[in-house]
Design a binder for this molecule. Structure first.
Ligand code: CP
Length: 308
C-alpha cells in the first residue's frame, strides 16, 4: 500500500516493501537538497507531525525539513490534546484529517500504527512512519544508509555489524532490510542471546553473542541503545555487566578495520553501549547521521508531496 496503482510512492511506511530504485531516488534528492536545491512546490502544503512517543532527532529534523521546503507545519501535542479527555487515536486522526492536512508524520508505540492510519486517512493524504513500536523506522534507515554511502564506495563488499538490543529495535528492523536492498552480503547481528531476534529474515545474516568476534574486520559498526522501556525484567541485562561484555570501547574498536565507521541512531547511553571516547572519536559519524537526517527527510517529503 506504499505505492499508488500508477506506481508512485504514496506513503512511506516500511523499508521492507520499498523498491531499491525509490531508495536511490531519495538519495539523489537528498544530494540535491545538500547542494542548496530550492524546492518551491510545497509552499501550499500542510503537514501534521503527530508523535505519540517522545523524540528529539526525528521530530525536530522533520519539522526543520518541512519548513525548509516551505510547508505549513503543525506539531500535534499529545500532552495538551483531547487524547487526555479519552478521545481515541482513530477519532484523533479522523479529526485532524478533516482539517485538510496533506501529510501526517506518525510516531507511535504500536507496531503497524502508521499503516492503519494510512488506511484511515484515505487517498487524500500521505503518511510517513516515523517509528512504530519495535517494527520499523524507515527514515532512520534511509539516513543511515545514505551516511554509509558517503563514507564507503560500495555496499556489495561491506561487512556491517549491528550491536546490542536488536530485539526491541525498529532501527534494526528497517536497517536490515535497506542493507539487503542495497547489496550488503555480510551482516552480523551481535548481542546477548536474550536481545537477538529468533527469526532471521535473510540467509546472509549471522548472529553472534561474542562481541569481540562480531567486530573482527568490520567496515561499519552500528551501536544500538538498550531499550529498557520495552523490556521485561527477566531479559534486561544489568548495566554494569553490559558495558563489560557489549560496550564499544577504544580497545574493542581496534578489532574492526582501521577505517571502520562507528554509527549510533541516538539517543546514546554513554558508557553503557558506547564509550564517550569512541562516540566523540575520529571514527564516529554519529553527528553526520543527524545532519543527514534533515536532508533525507526533505527528500522524502519532496518525493511524496512533490510527486517526483
Ligand atoms: N533516532 C531516533 O529515532 O531518535 P529520536 O527518538 O530522538 O527521534
Amino acid at each position: 500500500m506504499q505505492y499508488s496503482e500508477k506506481g508512485s510512492l504514496q506513503h512511506l511506511l516500511s523499508i521492507e516493501s520499498l523498491k531499491t530504485d525509490t531508495i536511490e531516488q531519495i538519495f539523489s534528492l537528498a544530494e540535491k537538497m545538500n547542494s542548496g536545491f530550492e524546492f518551491a512546490h510545497l509552499k501550499n502544503t500542510n503537514v501534521c507531525n503527530a508523535f505519540f512517543e517522545n523524540s528529539t532527532r526525528t521530530l525536530c529534523s522533520f519539522e526543520l525539513a518541512e519548513k525548509k521546503l516551505g510547508c505549513h507545519v503543525v506539531n500535534f501535542n499529545t500532552a495538551t490534546s483531547a487524547l487526555k479527555k479519552g478521545e481515541s487515536l482513530a477519532d484523533t486522526i479522523l479529526t485532524l484529517n478533516a482539517m485538510g492536512f496533506d501529510a501526517f508524520v506518525i510516531r507511535h508505540s504500536t507496531e503497524g500504527s502508521a499503516s492503519k492510519i494510512a488506511e484511515l486517512v484515505g487517498p487524500g493524504a500521505c503518511v510517513v512512519n516515523a517509528g512504530d513500536g519495535k517494527n520499523e523506522h524507515p527514515t532512520q534507515a534511509l539516513l543511515d544508509a545514505y551516511t554509509i554511502a558517503q563514507h564507503k564506495s560500495s555496499f556489495n563488499n561491506l561487512s556491517v555489524g549491528i550491536f546490542g538490543d536488536l530485539l526491541h529495535s525498529r532501527v534494526a528492523g528497517s536497517l536490515i532490510h535497506i542493507l539487503h536492498h542495497l547489496g550488503v552480503r555480510d551482516l552480523r547481528l551481535v548481542g546477548p542471546k536474550s536481545l537477538l531476534p529468533t527469526q532471521l529474515t535473510h540467509d546472509y545474516i549471522n548472529t553472534e553473542n561474542d562481541m569481540n568476534k562480531g567486530l573482527e574486520d568490520l567496515d561499519v559498526i552500528v551501536m544500538l541503545r538498550m531499550q529498557r522501556e520495552r523490556m521485561t525484567d527477566d531479559i534486561a541485562p544489568s548495566i554494569e555487566e553490559y558495558f563489560l561484555h557489549y560496550g564499544l570501547s577504544e580497545e574493542r574498536l581496534n578489532l574492526a578495520k582501521p577505517d571502520a565507521i562507528v554509527m549510533h541512531p541516538g539517543p546514546m547511553n554513554r558508557e553503557i553501549e558506547i564509550a564517550s571516547s569512541v562516540a566523540d572519536g575520529n571514527q564516529s559519524v554519529i553527528l553526520d547521521q543527524v545532519h543527514n537526517g534533515v536532508l533525507i527527510r526533505m527528500a522524502v517529503m519532496a518525493k511524496l508531496l512533490g510527486d517526483l
